[in-house]
Design a protein around this ligand. Structure first.
Ligand code: FAD
Length: 500
């Protein structure tokens, strides 16, 4: 049995705590905030509740797995349902499309609305599933940095079908060739933003994301997204994990003597030092090195990798209801390429794609009767000294005007959104960085804008400090809730493999 310290109670920190405790270790979690969840925590504004970050739940079986491992029935603690319509899409030219989770229903709808033959869409989705089958387990479920990952039949199979993976094409090229129709190409291109990347640069292999959404499906959890963190925290407590909230770690204590320094405990901001056999950081990789290990050697190349995009988020407590909206809604920009060019240039285009997520649609207590909790997000570049006050003010006007215009098209009377907003908070990349300690406000750690970065994130162990491990969105296999849950799983496996 080891004594293991985990720094951070984000989704990956919680999953790691549960797994390590189930493996028989003594686990202490130190969390700077007053509650668990990190990016997955809750924001309250008056009578409205919001999920601070994630709004879309995919692959919930990775959450169920934690309850099952603990010998519990997941549905006793954590319930969710599958959405029939994953997202409602709107374009400036008046086109409206409900994207069904079921591939056949989705393909029939794209044929009806956009005139794209259903077989073409089904073939494209099947191709995404094939990419996932050929590579998913290798890239996402295993430590990329262990020889056994590469020397197996699955990799052999993938190598014989390399051409099927479309490694040399960008995601946009793949969509252009397979689909062609501009609305649908834009719809699929948007999936690059699921890991904060640019479809004109991200590798075509990422088209497997379409399969996650139209096939595997999207889900809504009872109690809203932050309930994922609170139920996992409760599970960890039942198992005997110790939590210390409002307890930032100031330093990872190391001992010299061997070939490399060895993590031997944590020093809290209060000055208290606690000894541990292993230390896991669920904190952003960059800040772990910058703040907690200022004297240790750093993985400079990884730390220098391009960051994923960030976001400008408007949390609006709205006192009206908009029945034409669904849980997830997208209002597309007219020129998607220009939107990404602006992001690459460190700015935001005046006509951004607007995402509106309304969790009070399924979690009715999140807004007062007759009202709705709007989580409105547009893509933003990671923070690099921009004038965010100016960008926030300018984009707020553009977003309200766009939504009023596009919602108005289906109504007889003009839509008065501005007056309906009675509570508001706005987060920009600097707020996101300060609030979630994510370097430069990046939502998903590093970007997947190049073939190497997409699959070569920092490993789940430290190459410079023995006994130090990492899990979470800034390390392998990447950001987003399912990958963070996998990162905890891989990290725990690596700990057992490297130091049996
Ligand atoms: P984090 O959530 O980053 O938590 C790290 C924790 O460490 C925090 O609680 C922090 O307080 C703590 N900490 C940091 N430093 C210290 C310290 N020194 N001492 C103690 N504690 C410390 N994913 C999806 O799957 N679907 C989505 O729809 C989605 N949308 C998103 C929208 C936004 C706006 C954001 C920000 C993210 C979104 N994501 C989404 C990504 C997802 O939220 C993240 O990938 C995931 O939650 C990151 O989890 P993590 O385990 O890496 O830890």
């Amino acid at each position: 049995t080891w004594r293991v310290a985990i720094i951070g109670a984000g989704i990956a920190g919680l999953a790691a705590a549960i797994r390590l405790r189930l493996a028989g270790h003594e686990v202490g979690v130190f969390e700077a905030a007053e509650a668990p969840g990190g990016k997955l925590s809750e924001l309250r504004l008056g009578a409205w509740r919001f999920g601070l970050g994630p709004s879309l739940l995919t692959m919930p079986h990775y959450i169920d797995e934690l309850f099952e491992l603990a010998g519990e029935n997941p549905t006793d603690h954590f319930r969710y349902r599958r959405l029939d319509v994953v997202c409602r899409y709107a374009w400036e030219d008046g086109t409206r499309l409900d994207a069904y989770a079921d591939p056949l229903a989705f393909a029939n709808e794209t044929e009806r609305v956009l005139g794209v033959p259903a077989e073409r869409v089904l073939a494209f989705l099947a191709r995404g599933e094939e990419k996932y089958r050929l590579t998913g387990r290798t890239f996402l479920e295993k430590p990329l940095h262990a020889p056994s990952t590469w020397l197996n039949a699955e990799v052999g199979r993938a190598l014989t079908r390399l051409h099927r993976l479309e490694l040399t094409r960008t995601l946009h090229e793949v969509h252009q060739r397979a689909i062609g129709e501009p609305h649908l190409v834009q719809l699929f291109d948007r999936f690059a933003t699921y890991n904060g990347s640019n479809p004109w640069r991200a590798p075509g292999l990422l088209s497997m994301i379409s399969h996650f959404e139209h096939g595997a499906g999207a889900f809504v959890p009872e109690g809203g997204m932050p309930a994922i963190a609170t139920t996992l925290h409760a599970l960890a407590e039942r198992l005997g994990v110790h939590f210390a909230f409002n307890t930032p770690v100031a330093e990872i204590v190391t001992q010299n003597g061997g070939r490399r320094p060895r993590a031997s405990g944590v020093r809290l901001e209060s000055g208290e030092v606690q000894g541990f056999d292993r230390v896991v950081s669920n904190m952003d990789l960059f800040f772990t090195h910058e703040r907690l290990l200022p004297r240790a050697p750093r993985p400079e190349r990884t730390l220098g990798q391009e960051k994923s995009t960030s976001a400008l988020i408007f949390y609006w407590g709205v006192d009206k209801s908009f029945p034409e909206l669904d849980v997830h809604n997208i209002f597309f920009s007219d020129d998607y390429r220009r939107e990404f060019e602006a992001l690459e240039a460190g700015s935001i285009d005046d006509d951004p794609t607007v995402y509106v997520s309304i969790s009070s649609r399924y979690d009715t207590g999140a807004a007062p009767p007759g009202g709705e909790n709007w989580f409105v997000m547009i893509n933003a570049p990671f923070s690099a000294g921009q004038d965010w006050d100016l960008l926030r003010a300018r984009l707020r006007e553009k977003v309200i005007a766009k939504l009023e215009r596009m919602l108005g098209e289906t109504r007889a009377a003009p839509v008065a959104l501005r007056e309906a907003i009675v509570e508001e908070a706005v987060f920009d990349p600097t707020t996101i960085e300060a609030r979630t300690l994510s370097h430069l406000g990046a939502l998903y750690g590093t970007s997947s804008n190049s073939r190497s970065a997409a699959f070569m994130r920092h490993p789940n162990h430290s190459r410079h400090v023995d006994g130090l491990y990492f899990c979470g969105g800034s390390v392998h296999p990447g950001g987003g809730l399912p990958l963070c849950l996998l990162s905890a799983k891989i990290m725990v496996g690596e700990m057992a493999r490297r130091e049996p």
